[in-house]
Design a protein around this ligand. Structure first.
Ligand code: AQP
Length: 334
């Protein structure tokens, strides 16, 4: 590892990613990988906290590997791996569970939301999700964690657990900082703009998937829920239009106030088409590149294998330190 700070982030292969995941996470990864020792995981163990079709989970894992690469992650410079290939994530979770209280997990917004959404499957792992996430981050002694705003609460818990462990057993973990990117950090649903855009939404019109073709993207934006007045401005009373302005600004790299000026006096219909076209222009080359990459599974397997080997080395070092601190007898080798 070079003498740089360390960055860790992960995405769940729980479906085809949306432009929310792209803007909140992936878009920043490419920019950040040059400045940090970067580690990007596919959080497949997290995905199991809600019911998955096993075949789909495998397919989505390859999709996400290809998407990471298509978005510009370089497997030589960054470590790209599947969480389930590095057993230390589950092992550290066990240890961190011993310093986590049920009350702090049952209070988490994501746990409460997902418990309502998956009322027939409120399992222990769903509640323990933030502890596995803390393990992901702390294993690599990450300084920085780029996430969307929805993950901020989990990151605060990670910091609490790191500090609690350090206080009880002596300096062990770096306490990580979140990296949350401005107005694109919380992209909202196109059909219910007071809910966040999610890849597992049952309504396909609620999100733009990274697999949507340009014509579909434009069509979905044309149908996006807005209000009845025709002013293209950011306002808490106008969540639909505010969301579209944030999306347009993020995809065109403009400021929100520049976008408001650009569309002053224009009609919603015209603006929606402009948003769709701006998004499609960025997404389409990524989609094409991903299709190419997906045709070579053995290459994707080799990326995940070399990533897991490098991740295991780093994770093993932290886990040994943790085991020693808590008083476990190291196994006799050989
Ligand atoms: N709507 C969003 N706006 C901005 N960022 C977002 N992220 C998720 N939704 C938005 C960020 O994307 C990264 C990967 O997320 P994840 O797959 O680990 O889990 P998630 O936050 O639960 O994302 P989804 O799309 O809502 O997945 P499902 O539907 O499976 O629960 C994270 O950095 C997240 O903040």
């Amino acid at each position: 590892m070079e003498n740089k700070k360390t960055l860790f982030s992960a995405v769940q292969p729980s479906g085809i990613l949306t432009i929310g995941n792209y803007l909140g996470a992936l878009k920043n990864f490419k920019k950040l990988q040059d400045d940090y020792n970067s580690i990007f995981a596919l959080a497949d163990l997290h995905t199991l906290t809600v019911r998955q079709e096993p075949e789909n989970l495998r397919k989505n894992t390859y999709e996400l590997t290809a998407l990471y690469l298509a978005c510009g992650l370089d497997p030589e410079r960054s470590i790209i791996f599947a969480q389930s290939h590095v057993p230390m994530h589950a092992e550290l979770t066990w240890i961190l569970n011993t310093v986590t209280y049920p009350g702090e997990l049952s209070r988490m917004t994501q746990f409460k939301d997902k418990s309502i959404k998956h009322v027939d499957n409120v399992n222990m792992a769903l509640m323990d999700y933030p502890v596995l996430m803390a393990s992901d981050i702390l294993l690599y002694q990450a300084d920085l964690v780029p996430v969307g705003a929805d993950q901020k609460q989990h990151l605060e818990l990670t910091r609490d657990l790191a500090e609690r462990f350090n206080n009880r057993f002596g300096e062990t973990f770096i306490v990580p900082e979140p990296y949350i990117s401005g107005s694109a950090a919380r992209i909202m649903s196109l059909t219910e703009p007071d809910h966040k855009m999610s890849k597992s939404d049952a309504n396909l019109n609620a999100f733009i998937s990274m697999n949507d073709e340009p014509s579909v993207i434009v069509k979905k934006f044309k149908r996006a829920v807005t209000d009845s007045d025709n002013k293209i401005i950011v306002s808490p009373e106008k969540p639909g239009i505010t969301n579209l302005i944030n999306i347009y600004a993020a995809f065109t790299e403009k400021t929100v106030s520049d976008v408001e000026k650009e569309f002053e006096g224009k009609m919603y219909g015209e603006f929606k088409v402009a948003v769709g076209e701006a998004v499609a222009e960025v997404i389409e080359p990524i989609r094409q590149e991903k299709i190419k990459l997906l045709s070579d599974k053995s290459y994707l397997d080799s990326v995940l294998k070399s990533g897991a080997d490098r991740a295991k080395y780093l994770a093993g070092k932290t886990l040994s330190k943790v085991y020693k601190k808590v008083g476990l007898v190291p196994p006799v080798r050989g």
